[in-house]
Design a protein around this ligand. Structure first.
Ligand SMILES: [Zn+2]
Length: 536
């Protein structure tokens, strides 16, 4: 094990840094950059689920695995089919109106409201009362129930996103400063459907959702997917802007602020509003086969090769939109392709670059390079994998996931978010030290990052897993400028502007990839397997 590098100042040392100082095979920048540039190219049309770009991406990934010499993970094929249900709102043929206080309002789809079917029905009509149900949380372990005796059948539930804040008396309420599973919007839809509600409308605010309205809107303008075998949703699902929510509640003779305040209390009671939703919803309905892509580097140890380490990255992004996005960088005429260069062409490129190295330096345990589909649709590909694994989960030692890598600069640190929930954190810290890296301080997970990438599907399936994060302590003459460059990505997240720039300094990406690979080698060669520590 090498000692921590002292402060690095000279340019020559900086230039050397991206190659890990740990011994062992090295990930190369050239293939990583080439894969990244290709996968983020307009030709791939944003790798949209159910779109042509998806077929091209899958074909590319399996070709690469084959040419690198990896074994197909399943018989003779690198593909694992995942059957998805696709639903898209036919906006021109769908209208929702709200009647209250003798007035009627019909909000605009897109700027004010987005909605779609949660069930496989091409045509639905609604005439239903609206009830405000606070955060829409039913959490027995916190003795919290916003539904309290309400029969939600035939009703539209209007609710807040996120969750009530912890208090001085209850600092651990809903996992304290972290967002708990109850605060996730997906959980709210699932819970409302389980209770039998006719519809759910979530009230957006940027702080509570952790992203702006445009991110919500981009998700609902397009076709939305769920697992074909998965649980069904409520007949109507959607989001409203905060301004529209205020207007609707006012129409019903109430104030949103008062309702929001009441919702912070455990004693909150559902509030029926003097408001009726009427309308028609037309949707396209189809089932479509998507694919996870996986190749294996067999282990070398006669016994341990039966066990597996999985590296994963999602290959899908948001695809090609129907309309020109408002933000038309870089083409002045507009852009319709959500390239997803950072999210997550970067992770796929990293996996391919690692597979290239692993092929010639196998470890004791077997290693799988798994490219999952439909992450942006709710981790569907990794959920499908966990439900029908290509290798027994009981013999799967760990999962290291990569999603949206560092495209800014090399760093002094590396991220091991939620590493403390298993022994992966300690192992990662040791590998970091051997590579001359510190582990970035963990921060409260206010936006639910824990649930928002594919490692979570493995955690739920009982496999220790984490997404290796990029560092934040940038090496370079102008630290604040590099930090600003990283922060500016927030504006490009899930927008057409998440595009590859050939001028990117990829040394940080190589560093993050190398670290992931080194950690993977440590796991794949260790005498014992990683284990969970805390509640998952
Ligand atoms: Zn994403």
């Amino acid at each position: 094990m090498r000692v921590l590098l002292p402060f690095l100042a000279s340019a020559s040392l900086l230039a050397q840094l991206p190659s890990s100082t740990a011994p062992g095979p090295k990930v190369q920048e050239t293939p990583l950059r080439a894969h990244l540039a290709f996968l983020a190219d307009d030709l791939l049309e944003g790798r949209g689920t159910g779109q042509r770009g998806a077929e091209l991406t899958v074909r590319y990934l399996e070709t690469q695995l084959q040419s690198l010499g990896l074994s197909p993970a399943q018989g003779h094929t690198y593909r694992q089919p995942v059957s998805l249900l696709g639903l898209q709102t036919l906006v021109g043929r769908s209208t929702l109106s709200f009647l209250g206080g003798g007035a009627c309002t019909t909000p605009k789809f897109g700027p004010e409201i987005v909605f779609g079917a949660g069930v496989a029905k091409a045509e639905q009509t609604f005439d239903a009362p609206v009830v405000f149900v606070g955060y829409g949380i039913d959490a027995p372990e916190y003795q919290w129930n916003d539904y309290k005796g309400l029969d939600v059948r035939g009703k539209i539930l209007l609710m807040l996103v996120n969750e009530p804040a912890p208090t001085a008396v209850e600092p651990g309420l809903f996992d304290g400063a972290n967002l708990s599973a109850y605060g996730r919007w997906t959980t709210k839809f699932e819970m409302a459907a389980r209770h039998g509600a006719t519809g759910v409308l979530l009230i957006h605010t940027t702080p509570s959702a952790s992203y702006g309205w445009s991110v919500v809107r981009n998700g609902w303008d397009a076709e939305r997917f769920s697992l074909a075998q998965g649980p069904v949703g409520a007949p109507l699902e959607g989001w409203v802007t905060e301004d529209l929510a205020k207007a609707l509640v006012t129409l019903a003779g109430k104030e949103l602020e008062a309702l929001r305040a009441a919702a912070q209390q455990r004693g909150f009671q559902p509030v029926p509003l003097e408001l009726t939703l009427k309308g028609t919803l037309h949707s396209t309905v189809r089932t479509v086969a998507q694919f996870n892509v996986a190749g294996v580097v067999p282990g070398t140890d006669p016994a341990l090769k039966e066990e597996l380490l999985i590296y994963s990255a999602h290959w899908d992004h948001l695809g090609k939109g129907g309309a020109l996005a408002a933000d038309s960088h870089p083409e002045p005429g507009g852009d319709t392709i959500y390239n997803g260069a950072v999210d997550n062409a970067s992770g796929c490129a990293a996996l391919l670059a690692m597979a290239q190295v692993a092929r010639h330096a196998p470890a004791k345990r077997s290693q799988m390079f798994l490219f999952v589909c439909a992450e942006e649709q709710g981790l569907l590909g990794s959920k499908a994998y966990a439900a029908a694994p290509l290798w027994p989960l009981a013999k799967t030692a760990a999962n290291l996931n990569l999603d949206s890598l560092n495209f800014v600069a090399p760093t002094r640190d590396i991220g091991l978010p939620f590493g403390d929930r298993s022994t992966l954190g300690e192992l990662g810290a040791a590998v970091a030290m051997a590579s001359g890296l510190s582990v970035g301080a963990s921060r409260p997970d206010t936006s639910g990052g824990y649930f928002r990438s594919d490692h979570y599907s493995f955690v739920q399936a009982g496999v220790p897993a984490l997404s290796v994060g990029g560092g934040r302590d940038y090496l370079g003459a102008d630290g604040p400028a590099l930090k600003a460059k990283a922060a500016a990505y927030g504006k490009r997240y899930h927008q057409v502007t998440d595009e590859y720039d050939p001028s990117w300094d990829l040394r940080g990406m190589v560093q993050q990839t190398q670290f992931t690979f080194d950690l993977g080698q440590a796991i794949a060669n260790a005498a014992t397997r990683p284990a969970f520590k805390a509640a998952r």
